[in-house]
Design a protein around this ligand. Structure first.
Ligand code: GLY
Ligand code: MN
Ligand code: MN
Length: 428
């Protein structure tokens, strides 16, 4: 791990929250992610499993968490299994966690080597009735590769077909969607590093720079702050901004164009998610400014609208109604377009065709129940946009907020967003 140590209290509390949701006589298992192969003998860098990290702070490959709060033997109630370090691993891969280290990170007292897992697992299974197995239940996920959790679920059910099985993901989503103060502080750190990166870009961008040079500036700023990209950065000049998931980042930034930057840092596995749109030459044209300010008004009003109890569906509808008005004023929609819109196809979808926001946390499109009302501790992105391929530009703005009983708190309040502010900073 590259980030500063996190107080193990966070992970201890997360496990306690989960244990409260388990049925009596249960056990739950969470596996690390696989190290994924590329070609030949290559592999991708390990992407830590968010659930395992949430419950233990452990990022090391092959680790397994076993929770069995009602096990007869107190030592069986919470066990972390790890790869056993050896000389060969030390030479080729370097340091692996010792048991003491893992206890320090996670607060779990019982740390065992993986070789002990099969026997202990059988022993604990034979004593208990309900088994919670983990799975990826993100509704937009298209997963063709079997994960370690999925493999474990298949093998476990084959070996112990008569237990009662449950979906752990539902419970984990319930606890992960509500962020604790410690988690919000970590998210704020990711946001602050992202802001530093954005400010660096305001000094760097000028006509002629390549989109990938902009990417290089950012990665420098993120890595030197112990962070990395939270997702593939979208650095889209001119009409590229109208490709929602553009990440070729291989075009020149041209004089007079806008540059859409959907770029953010991940610190300690907590992700920021920022979008800003800036003028390559340092000054917006009148038309660009008018569109930009329309998006900014919708973002600001939508931030205000993210209150406890609101349904995501209604929140989106409110933003679409505001967007319709803005598009009307910009001459992009006619009154008749709005009159003819349907429930499923609001008029603004022609120019604002994506969602308004999503939960944010250990995953960029974080887990959480989008059908339930917003609750205190939810962290959401707010990201309206207007895309005008015929005019050769698109504008999106995106801030990250926390829903609280006293109204939304904008974690990105310090990141420049006003036209004047951006032009001033770029002029320096
Ligand atoms: N950067 C991904 C998103 O905005 O959802
Ligand atoms: Mn987003
Ligand atoms: Mn984004």
């Amino acid at each position: 791990m590259r980030h500063a140590p996190i107080d193990s209290k966070l992970f201890i509390e997360n496990r306690e929250r989960l244990k409260k949701l388990l049925l009596p006589k249960s056990l739950a298992i969470v596996n690390a992610n696989d190290v994924l192969p590329t070609n030949a003998d290559g592999s991708l860098p390990l992407h830590p499993n968010s659930d395992l990290f949430h419950l233990t702070g452990i990022e090391q490959e092959e680790s397994i968490l076993l929770l069995a709060p009602d096990a007869h033997e107190p030592k069986h109630r919470e066990i972390l299994f790890l790869r056993e370090p050896n000389e060969h691993l030390k030479i080729w891969e370097g340091h692996k966690h010792s048991k003491d280290e893992a206890t320090k990170i996670s607060g779990i007292k019982q740390v065992k080597w993986l070789a002990e897992f099969p026997v202990l697992f059988r022993q604990i299974m034979c004593e208990l009735e309900h088994v919670y197995l983990n799975s990826n239940e993100h509704k937009r996920a298209v997963v063709e590769v079997e994960t370690r959790d999925a493999r474990f679920a298949r093998e476990c059910q084959a070996k112990f077909p008569l237990h009662t099985y449950h979906r752990l993901a539902r419970l984990l989503h319930q606890i992960r969607v509500v962020k604790s103060d410690t988690e919000i502080a970590l998210l704020q750190q990711a946001v602050d590093i992202t802001e530093q990166g954005f400010r660096r870009l305001l000094k760097f961008v000028k006509p002629g720079v390549m989109e990938y040079e902009v990417e290089a500036e950012l990665i420098h700023e993120f890595v030197r702050n112990r962070a990395k990209f939270a997702y593939n950065p979208i650095i889209a000049s001119g009409a590229n901004a109208c490709v929602l998931h553009y990440n070729q980042n291989n075009q020149p930034c041209r004089k007079g164009d806008l540059l859409l930057l959907d770029v953010a840092a991940s610190y300690a596995n907590y992700n920021a998610d920022l979008t800003r749109t800036i003028p390559v030459s340092g000054r917006f044209t009148r038309r660009q400014k008018a569109v930009y300010n329309a998006v900014l008004r919708v973002m600001r009003a939508s931030i205000k609208g993210a209150t406890v109890g609101k349904l995501a569906r209604d929140w989106l509808k409110e933003s679409q109604a505001m967007m319709n008005e803005e598009l009307l004023a910009l001459g992009l929609l006619k009154k008749s377009d709005i009159k003819q819109q349907t429930e499923d196809e609001p008029a603004c979808r022609k120019y604002f065709m994506h969602g308004l926001g999503h939960p944010l946390g250990l995953d960029v499109h974080d887990v959480g129940f989008t059908t339930e009302p917003f609750a205190p501790g939810w962290v959401l992105t707010v990201e309206p946009g207007i895309y005008l391929p015929k005019e050769g530009f698109g504008v999106r703005l995106e801030n990250d907020i926390v829903v609280t009983p006293n109204g939304p708190v904008d974690l990105m309040a310090g990141t420049p967003v006003e036209v004047g502010e951006i032009e001033d900073l770029m002029a320096r």
